[in-house]
Design a protein around this ligand. Structure first.
Ligand SMILES: Cc1ncc(C[n+]2csc(CCOP(=O)(O)OP(=O)(O)O)c2C)c(N)n1
Ligand SMILES: [Mg+2]
Length: 347
């Protein structure tokens, strides 16, 4: 029997309210198509990157988020340009959804001077402060205290912004998760915590390493309003994010969303993920967030051509980003000493 990806990790309390919230309102087609566009952009970016890696055109590896696109698309649909996000090692979707330029991101993957970090960061360290993207991060759970610190800064300065903090299901078993949530709750900081539960922490299933009722229950135990939602249903996510983000923005303190999704690829571009069955992956593919939204909007009368046009446009834009990155110069060797934090370092 294949494992149902929707039920292999603990989901905790309030699993039904998100679905009820979503069912209670008519679909805003324009907003839904906007999220569809963002999901297509993320999918096209990563599929192109995987091809380029296979062809030997890109150095290193990437951590693809194919199958998980609904989470950043829905979360960032409720963010303002002045809001912030913190990310993970699997961060392309977070940056793109927050408005990062695909050409600058592709330039970064190629290691070129045109990259978002001038070619010094690579896939796993993309940051762009100009759009509030505070950085991808190779250390599991390290984005959590960064988000909380940013939110403390916002509060001290009396700003109106909020922080969306993305992290994986593996992060909930590390110390910074408790530290960060506790601090945010004590100071009622404007953070929307978003656990992207893709079923795995590297090669291990979440259920094998997570005790009790899981992420949302842990957040509730600290006093945060928390809910588990279907992370492959962008409309369900959107309905919950809108409500929770409005509360965070209104000064009600941090909120927590546990989004159940599925990592369709391996952990990295090198991982064949043969520790799971073909049938299990097929089950997840049937829940693909892009196809699901297209099917549902189609039932409401949105023509198939609209989805095809959006998808083709996003693919073209990414292809152009690839060509721009290929043509961009390498960083000058002297630039290795620019943008480096050296305060207090011995000379
Ligand atoms: C502190 C720390 N421990 C271990 C690792 C090695 N590692 C990299 S990704 C990963 C799994 C993370 O799982 P999860 O948080 O669920 O994120 P996902 O990869 O599923 O997106 C691990 C253990 C690391 N990068 N940092
Ligand atoms: Mg995971």
């Amino acid at each position: 029997m294949p494992i149902d990806p929707s039920s292999d990790t603990p989901t905790g309390p309030a699993a039904d309210s998100a679905a009820e919230r979503r069912a209670a309102e008519p679909v805003d087609v324009k907003r839904a198509l906007g999220m569809y566009r963002v999901m297509c952009r993320i999918r096209a970016f990563e599929e192109h990157a995987l091809e380029l890696l296979k062809a030997g055109e890109l150095p290193g590896v990437i951590h693809p988020s194919i199958g998980q696109e609904a989470v950043p698309a829905a979360v960032c649909a409720s963010l303002e340009p002045g809001d912030y996000v913190t990310s993970t090692h699997r961060g392309h979707g977070h940056a793109l959804a927050k408005g990062a330029d695909p050409a600058a991101m592709m330039g970064e993957l190629f290691g070129r001077a045109s990259g978002a970090c001038k070619g010094k960061g690579g896939s796993m360290h993309i940051a762009d402060f100009s759009i509030g993207m505070l950085g991808a991060n190779g250390i599991v759970a390290a984005g959590i205290p960064i988000a909380v610190g940013a939110a403390q800064g916002i509060k001290l300065k009396g700003e109106a912004a909020i922080v969306a903090c993305f992290f994986g299901d593996g992060a909930v078993n590390r110390g910074p998760f408790l530290e960060g949530l506790n601090w945010a709750a004590v100071y009622r900081l404007p953070v929307l915590f978003v656990c992207e539960d893709n079923g795995f922490a590297a090669f291990t299933r979440g259920a094998a390493t997570t005790a009790g009722y899981g992420a949302a229950a842990r957040a509730e135990s600290i006093g945060l309003r928390a809910e588990s939602v279907d992370g492959n249903d962008v409309l369900e996510l959107d309905a919950t994010v809108r409500e929770f983000a409005a509360e965070v923005r209104g000064g009600e303190g941090p909120r927590f969303i546990h989004a159940k999704t599925y990592r369709v690829t391996g952990h990295t571009s090198l991982d064949k993920a043969d520790y799971r069955s073909v049938a299990e992956v097929a089950l997840a593919l049937a829940r693909d967030p892009l196809k699901r939204l297209a099917r549902e909007l189609g039932e409401q009368g949105v023509e198939a051509e609209i989805f095809e046009t959006i998808e083709a446009k996003e693919r073209d834009a990414i292809q152009q980003a690839v060509e721009a990155a290929r043509a961009a110069p390498w960083p000058e060797p002297e630039s290795a000493f620019e943008d480096v934090q050296d305060q207090g370092a011995p000379r």
